[in-house]
Design a protein around this ligand. Structure first.
Ligand code: ZN
Length: 217
């Protein structure tokens, strides 16, 4: 994908998050690998006002040398560190979607109440330890938690999903919010049955061989 195409897709994905109700105001942010750096949403600009040229380029060499008329998102650190360290991913999507964030506020992971938790690559959607937004401590907590997973919750904060494309990262974000909603709803009427590790091994294997990953994104 060319630079302009990526910039346009970042904006389209921001607007899609808003349309889907998985983001509120300017709280979400999105990044995409580009050349030796990342393209990321700017700080504090309403999505509906974003133009392709407003997306900020931040080179891996130095965060201070960003190129753009606005400053990069105040949550630049984890986008930058994830894309710099995890070469297998191209995109990072972050939001404060209501149900998933509610679980993160309680310090909960999303367990295997539904086989779709394997969408993030394992037996659950894990939750990263709390640290102040925009700090390298939060980045470290996230990188550690995402080992073996493509998504995680952030305690008292929100959700991160990753992918090789923005379409995939968005799709995982929608699934994570649905899973959290199902779990919270199920808790209202009883105690959710959690699938066994043995069953989840089978599901993860299925997704890896001919399931989710073979979908074209
Ligand atoms: Zn946030």
């Amino acid at each position: 994908m060319g630079e302009l195409e990526i910039r346009k897709e970042i904006i389209a994905t921001c607007l899609k998050m808003e349309e889907l109700g998985i983001n509120q105001g300017t709280s979400g942010n999105i990044s995409h690998r580009f050349k030796e750096g990342i393209l990321i949403t700017p700080s504090g600009i309403s999505y509906d006002l974003l133009k392709p040229e407003d997306i900020v380029f931040v080179p891996f060499g130095s965060k201070k040398d960003y190129i753009g008329r606005y400053a990069p998102s105040s949550e630049l650190d984890f986008h930058f560190d994830l894309l710099k360290e995890k070469l297998e991913i191209n995109c990072v999507l972050h939001n404060h979607s209501t149900y998933a964030t509610s679980m993160a506020i309680c310090g909960l992971e999303i367990p295997a109440h539904h086989y779709m938790v394997a969408v993030a690559g394992g037996h659950k959607i894990p939750c990263a330890k709390y640290a102040t937004f925009g700090t390298s401590e939060l980045s470290k907590n996230i990188i550690k938690t995402l080992e073996g997973y493509s998504a995680c919750l952030l305690a008292n904060h929100g959700v991160i999903t990753t992918g090789d494309s923005l379409k995939k990262a968005l799709w995982i974000a929608i699934e994570v919010e649905n899973l959290a909603k199902q779990y919270i709803m199920a808790k209202q009427i009883g105690e959710p049955n959690i699938l066994s590790s043995k069953e989840m091994d089978i599901i993860v294997e299925k997704f890896n061989t001919y399931g989710i990953k073979s979908k074209s994104f």
